[in-house]
Design a binder for this molecule. Structure first.
Ligand code: AMP
Length: 216
């Protein structure tokens, strides 16, 4: 199964992608995680992307298109995947459609998680990322523990550079101006499953599985 999950930063798409990847046994492809790893490891891509990502802007389409093509061509991607963070521009949507055709992959299911900006801003200011497994947690749910609930690492939580208040506003602007038209483009083709991203995590997962008609 192929899934593309859309949503504003902080709406919970990464969290849902991780859960669905594990429950459906399909690959989780997060372009944000790939870029952050490249930045951490100071690869050529990381050096090109660092400043752009830190400021909440978009890495150029040609770099992202090349990256996603490589990842989708890998053996690990041939048995299904959930794409989280790509496509983010209309040009990237065209690139993705072309790659899927070339690789003879099925048309994905498109899911859009939606929430008001005020909810997003509140969530992003409260969130931390485990620097070991990249899982996202909300400070409110940590209950004074410094142990990652996913990989059990201790004291591994960091605040993402792009979760700074000013950068959050820029990322939301980028989302509304550049990525929303991509979702609208797929909606016009009646292809998008729209869900309320403010519901509890397990309810959102259940709703996604329900609309995809998956019984686990
Ligand atoms: P995310 O973890 O999906 O919120 O992505 C973090 C950051 O990585 C974004 O704010 C962008 O700077 C960059 N990024 C991730 N995916 C893409 C993409 N498809 N195109 C351009 N930039 C991206």
């Amino acid at each position: 199964m192929q899934i593309v999950i859309f949503g504003a930063p902080g709406v919970g798409k990464g969290t849902q992608a991780k859960i669905l990847s594990s429950r459906l046994n399909i690959r989780h492809i997060s372009t944000g995680d790939i870029l952050r790893e490249s930045i951490k490891n100071k690869t050529e891509l990381g050096r090109k992307a660092k400043e752009i990502v830190d400021q909440g802007n978009l890495v150029p389409d040609d770099l992202m298109g090349g990256l996603i093509k490589e990842v989708l061509m890998e053996e690990e991607s041939q048995h299904g995947y959930i794409l989280d963070g790509f496509p983010r521009t209309l040009n990237q949507a065209t690139i993705l459609d072309k790659i899927l055709e070339e690789l003879d992959h099925e048309t994905p299911h498109y899911i859009s998680l939606e929430a008001e900006d005020s909810v997003i801003v509140e969530r992003l200011s409260q969130r931390r990322m485990c620097s070991v497994c990249n899982s996202i947690v909300n400070l409110k749910n940590l209950e004074n523990t410094s142990v990652c609930p996913f990989c059990k690492s201790e004291n591994s939580f960091i605040k993402r550079e792009d979760d700074d208040a000013e950068v959050i506003q820029n990322r939301l602007n980028v989302f509304h101006n550049t990525t929303s038209p991509v979702i609208e483009h797929y909606k016009r083709k009646n292809k998008v499953i729209v869900l309320d991203g403010t519901l509890p995590v397990n309810i959102v997962t259940d709703k996604i599985l329900d609309v995809l008609d998956i019984k686990l």
